[in-house]
Write a protein that binds this ligand. Structure first.
Ligand SMILES: [Fe+2]
Length: 338
């Protein structure tokens, strides 16, 4: 027992030191071009202030907001994906860092003026032409009230979609209505254009296309199609799975610590959520025989657990049954990641 404790203690301190060592410190990315190289479309002063002041502030404030928190070890993608569970400071600054990093990458003084290959085919299939896509993007950008971004995203069903978001939110975030991986982002905060274009957002939106590099966007399109992040976003949109997870977490964890009250009070709700998971549509990538079978097992287990609760079963019996149900749930989670 004593040996076991020492090993546990060592493992605990080791994991602490690892956590400390792995704390992410985000840094401002360098641009692939000089501040004046996007002239006359974006002026040098705007570029310099935008990159070295605004973007730097997002990076500095993100590091500050994450410091000493559990989220400090997460990747930027993870922080952005789970923005709804973070503080406003983390959500806004992580979005600011992610969005601007993408923005600088897709701009170029030697921009490829039109898409080619798979991206061109997808644009023509969905939007008929590049011009009609640009019109939709400009519409999304000009109608975004206040500060925000207009996006071209790859959705979990591997389609292109135009959308916009407020402030520094983006479509990777769990708080966004439209979800997917952005491959074009147009910054419509006034700081992106005010020095040169003042209140004429439309003129800025006309000019931005002259420096938008469709070569880089094409690479981003192909990377997004096979990105594990796309699968994670798709799983995140599976509301029935998330709802079941919530009830499971709120009943199983207290049960593990000897408190069976939440489980006794909510076993019927858990059964209802399991049944809903079985009957609600399953997102395409997870609509597989082995996942459906595991969901069937989950319903059986939840039915049995609810029956045992109603018969006022003993604590140890309930703990055994919810542990088994929790294992089944994790089989589903694991199958979704394959
Ligand atoms: Fe900006």
């Amino acid at each position: 027992m004593r040996i076991l404790l020492s090993i546990t203690t060592l493992a605990f301190f080791f994991s602490i030191s690892l956590v400390t060592a792995q704390n992410a410190t985000f840094t401002l990315p360098k641009l692939n071009y000089a501040y004046n190289e996007l002239e006359p479309n974006i002026d040098a002063q705007t570029m310099e202030i935008h990159h070295s002041k605004h973007h730097q502030a997002y990076v500095t404030n993100l590091n500050k907001a994450l410091s000493g928190t559990k989220a400090a070890t997460l990747t930027l993608e993870d922080v952005v994906l789970t923005a709804g569970r973070r503080s406003d400071a983390v959500r806004n600054n992580a979005g600011g860092h992610y969005n601007h990093s993408l923005f600088w990458e897709i701009l170029s003084p030697k921009a490829q003026k039109a898409p080619t290959g798979a991206l061109l085919m997808a644009i023509e299939k969905q939007f008929v032409s590049l011009d009609s896509l640009k019109k939709l993007m400009n519409q999304a950008a000009s109608t975004r009230f206040g500060s925000g971004w207009a996006w071209l995203i790859v959705t979990p069903d591997k389609k292109l979609q135009v959308c916009s978001s407020p402030n520094q939110d983006n479509p990777i975030m769990d708080v966004s209505k439209e979800r997917g991986i952005p491959i074009v982002g147009i910054d419509v905060w006034e700081h992106a254009y005010y020095l040169k274009y003042q209140n004429k957002r439309g003129d800025y939106l006309t000019a931005i296309w002259n420096v938008l590099d469709w070569g880089t966007v094409g690479q981003k399109y192909e990377a997004a199609l096979s990105s594990p992040l796309l699968l994670r976003i798709e799983k995140d949109t599976w509301t029935a799975l998330k709802d079941f997870h919530t009830v499971m977490a709120q009943t199983f964890h207290p049960a593990e610590e000897g408190n069976l009250k939440p489980l006794r009070e909510r076993s019927a709700e858990m059964l209802a959520k399991a049944t809903l998971l079985q009957t609600a549509p399953i997102p395409a990538s997870f609509n597989k025989a082995e996942i459906k079978k595991a969901i069937g097992d989950l319903v059986k287990g939840a039915t049995d657990l609810d029956k045992t609760v109603r018969k006022k079963g003993k604590d140890d019996v309930l703990l055994k049954k919810i542990t088994a149900l929790h294992d089944t749930f994790h089989i589903i989670q694991g199958l979704c990641e394959e």
